[in-house]
Design a protein around this ligand. Structure first.
Ligand code: CA
Length: 525
């Protein structure tokens, strides 16, 4: 920053007929490109940063190729040096879910990575937390206001007595009543809530606040046997439950008192825990992008993909998600599946999601926001190619349906099928058992989660500089020529281990977090 860089165009594959302009502020018409992928090319238009420039003359109907795949077809003749914006191209049709290559690619077995560790909280089920949090599970939105006030009191009165507890999280959501609770699809929000309350960062302590008359009754949310029980006195009682409509409650403050009293034994047990050294294989990383631009698929996402490979080599788990952002690259997923059964599961999840979108009459322009387009991403086909790079190169070992929890034997690269919505994807990855989240952004978003640290990676130096106290890493240095993708991926891997060990992210520093948002494909009544 602060000095003029020579004009720079970045091409992702030798077969591409477009490249993107890397310079801050873009480049003016008349710019002559210096040595590099577009040597001697004269820009016919002003091309904004992150946007595509035609490297050759493109005929009407010709494929616009980026990442060596067609991301669109020219609507008209596009001379070399032109700005290729989304109005100049037609979106390719989605690949049908038939006749796909199933588990055909055998990724090279990568060497195991030994010797990496972090300091985490070991839970009785063998999972490992990266934070030591008390969660208060709620069955229904009706109780949210009371729980919020109880949480404030716990923070004020109890946390100073229990200094080894990192915080208290009220698991607020909009579900629980006024919903078709037996309809197909209702199992998704219900198991999401159940599995979030069992997230490794909550140490196996489960306490529930219910209203009393709601549809989602506590024993439906957490049936006997689905949750751990602590302490002798709890054995007879089963679930540790505060019911606001209980006749013992006289007045509002008695409800708050009940919740605060219930929290105490949980806080005592959490407070006795200490971090201990565990191998990097205990990482369960969810990767996601949001507020994407054309640099997402050039800098931050490839660095995340390299990090994902390192975590898989270290024996850990990496989840990638965002159905609508991988749908256009479905062949790459099914071919990389470890077994034909895994490939079938990918087709099953994406097929189910296609039908879900069709029911709502969402078309293929529904994903890609105005910000994506302003950032140079013309359509979902182009966005998908840049998004899927986050998954790295390992074989896809497992597939999770929305809201499902990883079993302890499910390690390696996992496709956790979720919507691409940042909040819903993050919520479902928490339910799957994520203990660290990595989030890439080009346009910029202050996204955070309360239950799990979120490491945010900027795709551009310009964003990383302006949002210096929100972005945890600057992958824009790759486009600046200061770092290779491998170097950035390795640095990110080390940063993830640090954060897992307790180093605060910027979002944690500012206590920034977004709401839990449940995916409920079933009707509201
Ligand atoms: Ca997203």
């Amino acid at each position: 920053m602060g000095f003029l860089r020579p004009p720079l165009a970045i091409r992702m594959h030798a077969a591409d007929n477009v490249a993107i302009i890397a310079n801050d502020g873009g480049l003016p018409a008349g710019t002559v490109m210096p040595a590099g992928v577009a040597e001697g090319l004269v820009l016919r238009d002003k091309v904004p940063q992150g946007h595509k420039v035609a490297l050759t003359d493109l005929a009407p109907g010709q494929a616009i190729v980026r990442y060596n795949v067609p991301v669109g077809f020219a609507r008209q003749a596009i001379p070399a040096g032109s700005w290729v914006h989304e109005r100049l191209l037609d979106i390719p049709a989605a690949r049908a879910l038939q006749d796909l290559p199933m588990a055909t690619v055998k990724p090279e077995q990568q060497e195991a990575l030994e010797g990496f560790a972090f300091e985490g909280y070991v839970n009785s089920d063998g999972s490992v937390g990266t934070r030591n949090l008390l969660a208060i599970t709620t069955t229904v939105q009706c109780v949210a206001g009371v729980v919020k006030i109880a949480v404030e009191r716990i923070e004020r009165e109890l946390l100073p007595i229990f200094p080894h507890v990192d915080g208290v999280v009220g698991l607020e959501h909009s579900y629980g009543c006024g919903v078709a609770i037996d309809a197909p699809g209702a199992e998704i929000p219900i198991r999401t809530l159940r599995n979030i309350s069992l997230n490794p960062n909550f140490g196996g302590e489960v306490m529930v606040v219910s209203l009393g008359c709601e549809k989602l009754q506590p024993d439906r949310l957490l049936p006997p046997g689905s949750f751990p029980i602590h302490g002798a006195h709890d054995k007879d009682q089963g679930l540790d439950l505060v019911c606001l409509q209980d006749e013992a409650h006289v007045g509002f403050m008695s409800m708050v008192d009940s919740i605060v009293q219930s929290a105490k034994p949980h806080l005592q047990r959490l407070n006795a825990r200490r971090r201990q050294t565990v191998p990097a294989s205990a990482l369960v990383v969810g990767v996601q992008c949001g507020g994407s631009d054309a640099f997402s698929g050039v800098t931050a996402n490839p660095a995340v993909g390299y990090m994902a490979d390192l975590i898989v080599r270290a024996g850990g788990t990496v989840m990638f998600s965002e159905n609508t952002e991988v749908r256009d690259a479905v062949e790459q997923l099914t071919s990389r599946a470890a077994t034909p059964e895994v490939a079938q599961a990918i087709v099953r999840e994406l097929g189910w999601y296609d039908q879900y979108l069709e029911r709502g009459r969402a078309d293929r322009t529904a994903n890609t926001t105005p910000g994506n387009k302003a950032g140079g991403l013309s359509n979902i086909a182009e966005k998908a190619m840049g998004s899927i790079i986050k998954s790295g190169s390992a074989a896809i070992a497992h597939v999770l349906s929305p809201g499902e929890k990883l079993r302890s034997d499910q390690k390696g690269l996992v496709f956790a099928a979720t919507p691409a919505s940042d909040f819903i994807c993050g919520t479902l990855q928490l339910a799957a058992g994520m203990n660290v989240h990595v989030f890439t952004t080009g346009r910029g978003t202050p996204y955070g989660l309360q239950a799990c640290p979120v490491v945010k990676v900027a795709t551009r130096t310009d964003l990383a500089t302006r949002w210096h106290d929100l972005m945890d890493m600057n992958a824009g240095r790759i486009a600046d020529g200061e770092m290779t993708i491998e170097e950035a991926g390795h640095a990110l891997f080390l940063l993830m281990l640090d954060v897992a060990s307790g180093r605060k992210t910027w979002a944690e520093h500012w206590k920034l977090h977004n709401a839990l948002v449940l995916f409920n494909p079933a009707p509201i009544t």
